[in-house]
Every structure is written in C-alpha cells, then in structure tokens.
Ligand binder design. Structure first.
Ligand code: SF4
Length: 220
C-alpha cells in the first residue's frame, strides 16, 4: 500500500527517480534551501503567535494584522493540526502504521458547519497551487463530520494576499478525482519498480549523485 502526502506527491511528479531514491530508499537527503529555512522559521513564529499569543519577533511584526484577523474569527482554532486517513478514507492517527495519506493544516478553524483552513506561504503568490488545500479540505470533511462548507486558502504573508477556494461536502468525490491519476502512476511505479528520471535544468542541485543526469547538468 502506498503512503503519501501532498508534498511527496509533488516530488514524485517532479522526478520519480529522485522520489524513489530520497523518499522510498532514503539513500539521499534533500538539503533545505535558505528559502525553506526561512519559511520554517516564519511558520514557527506564526504558529506560536496564533496558538499561544507568543509575541512576534520585531522582523515578523508586519504579519500581525493578518494574523489578528484570523485569531479573532469565531470557532475552535487548531494550529498545526495533523490529520491522516487510512486507505478506506477513514480517520486515523497521524502516526498510525496503516495511514494512507496525511497532512498538517497550518491553521484550521471549525465553527459548527463551517471551517476555514489556512496555509502560510512565504514565497511568491504568482503561481498559487490550491491542490494542497483540496487535500486538507478532504481530510477536514472526514475528520469533522459536522462540517459542510470549507474555505481553504493560501495566505501569502509577505503581500497579505489570501488565495482561496470554497468546497461543499457534496464535492468530495470530484475533489478526490484530482489526485487519482497521479496516485495511479505512483502505485504503478511501486508495482513495476520503474522510477523514470525527469531531467530538468535543476538536476545540478539534485541530491541523487548516482543519477547520470545530475552530472550532465553540472558540466554546463
Ligand atoms: S538528477 Fe534530475 S533526473 Fe536525476 S534523479 Fe535528480 S532530478 Fe531526477
């Protein structure tokens, strides 16, 4: 049985061979970029502020107006809320051995039949990818059966923009359809053992130093 997360699925789409070497075999580790380290630091500061009211460091105070709007919304607030499902799409513990898919909502607010899911982004808002929010919404519908309507959005904290989509409970089947083709490809790769490379100009930065494409790109 495959196990997946949204970021893992994206890695598989980018390069099945790298996914296999890094995520499945764990032969190599991806080094976090400076941008990723900054993102992690900001996430932690925002999480602490929203959950415990921990004051923001001076350089993060500009995010306060956006966060205060979220903090004041009615409902039960869950910061860094972990959710997981088994293969038959029932809720399970995040660390359950038989989990099938899992993810962490940066902020989830449940107010009776309505929910809001927020993912903080420190990067550019130019190409927002809302599929991640679809997956979080699907898990929220299953973990919180009382929820009927969800707004889920990417909060671009640098610009203060929120890019969001609305989902209704009767959309659940079509929301799963978004992931089905890639999950079929992932299952087929596990079954056949064929993890094809997907060379791009970024291969020079790939941690898989046994891949011939990494060396080729380094020569240019
Ligand atoms: S070097 Fe390129 S093709 Fe090879 S595994 Fe890495 S990303 Fe994939």
């Amino acid at each position: 049985m495959i196990k997946w997360s949204f970021s893992g699925l994206k890695d598989f789409i980018n390069c099945p061979r790298q996914y296999h070497e890094v995520k499945v075999l764990r032969n190599f580790t991806k080094k976090p970029t400076e941008q990723m380290l900054y993102g992690t630091e900001v996430h932690k500061a925002l999480e602490d502020y929203v959950r415990d009211g921990t004051p923001l460091a001076k350089n993060y105070e500009r995010f306060k107006p956006m966060l205060d709007v979220l903090v004041e919304l009615p409902g039960t607030h869950y910061a860094e809320h972990k959710m997981a499902l088994t293969a038959d799409k029932t809720p399970c513990d995040f660390d359950a051995e038989d989990y099938w898919v899992r993810g962490i909502a940066d902020l989830l607010i449940v107010d009776e039949a309505d929910a809001l899911i927020i993912d903080y982004k420190t990067g550019s808002a130019r190409y927002p990818d809302l599929r991640q929010m679809k997956l979080m919404a699907l898990m929220t519908f299953i973990h919180f059966p009382e929820v009927q309507d969800i707004r889920a959005g990417l909060a671009f904290v640098m610009s203060g923009n929120l890019v969001s989509e609305d989902y209704k409970r009767d959309m659940i089947p079509s929301m799963w359809d978004v992931f089905a083709p890639t999950l079929e490809r992932l299952a087929a790769a596990y079954e056949s053992g064929a993890w094809s490379p997907n060379p791009t100009p970024l291969c020079g930065w790939c941690p898989v130093d046994t891949c011939e494409f990494r060396e080729k790109r380094r020569r240019f």
